[in-house]
Design a protein. Sequence first.
Length: 405
Amino acid sequence: MQISETRWVNPSILKWARERLNLTPEQVAEEARKLRRHYYAPVSAQELAQWEKGLSEPELEHLETLSEIYLCPVGYFFLDSTPQEPLPLSFRGLAREKAASLSPTTHRTLRRFHDLAQWTVDFIESLSIPWEVKVRPGEYAPDLSLVNRLVQEKREYFGWTKELQSRFEGDREEAFRWWRKAIENEGIFCFAMKLEPSEVRGASLWIGSRFPFILVNRQDAEAASGRIFTLLHEYAHLITAKEGLVCDFRGLQADKNPEPFANRFAARMLLSPEELSQRLKEIGYDRPRETWSDRVLDEICEPFIVSRDVVAIMLQEMGLAPADFYERKRQQWERRWEKRKPWGRGGGRPTKKELKFRELGYSLTKLLAQHSKRPSFPWLDVSYVLDMKIKKAADFIQWVRETKL
């Protein structure tokens, strides 16, 4: 690809870089305002409009601001034509119309997820770190008739028993941490980042058929129980997908959509039909109904470490709710999520180190801590990935080394 020699920047690339994240000029100006505390140059909506029309040109400091907001190299802005990016925003399985309407937050997070996963692979390979992965891409077929047998196998494998569940009663955050460790012990990297729950709740990714990754929404509207469901949902995608990135999506034809398999797997891993039947009898709701209120779903959930998704899916599968019940409830919840912020964190405000650890998970932070004393450790790259100055990055890694997480 040739670099332009006749102009400072390419106006069409400036516009393309913004629009691929569904950002408006006003949103770019707001993001630039937030970055000013990190010494980035301000950018106004009016200035951006002029630059995109070729009526004026930005300074290098403005391009650095736009590069940070658009998640692309500054060099992109000098190209003659739009570059071919490695991350396909058609995301295998994501409905085309949905991909086109994703919010800037979701776009940025999915790109961050992909870039962080690729960086992790490069880090492992550049330092020749042995990495054992206990799952394989496509080792199971997404066949609904096989779900029950697979659930029984995986429940026994992970050791998810009634006794263990009772240990987490009243502490679903601890249950999520248990499941995250269990999944990461399979050699799967699990990241937690902000997504718009009305669009995408999670994603999974195989790189080179050797390195598996999962993304969960750190602000799931149902907090820890919702994140556990998403974690297991994406795990199901990993063991049935062959390659590439899979979003928690809807919109495909039924015979080509692996969502029902992943939904049923995640739901039954956390709640068996027998357990649900017993609970329904206890509270007097053991007959089919056309509709189930959120209040009743919450009452059913109470003794279990499950989200409303799990109960809605199970009620539908057991014939106690209409065939489209879960789909209708999901749409209802999405409309509500669009109008409000996710539920409170609880348990106090985490520190910056804790937030960074929650984002990166056990596996990647452990790798960084284990290999940080090697002469070839890429401190500059690590500080960029952690979004910290080198001194702060070193402090974070030391904290990881000293803290029992």
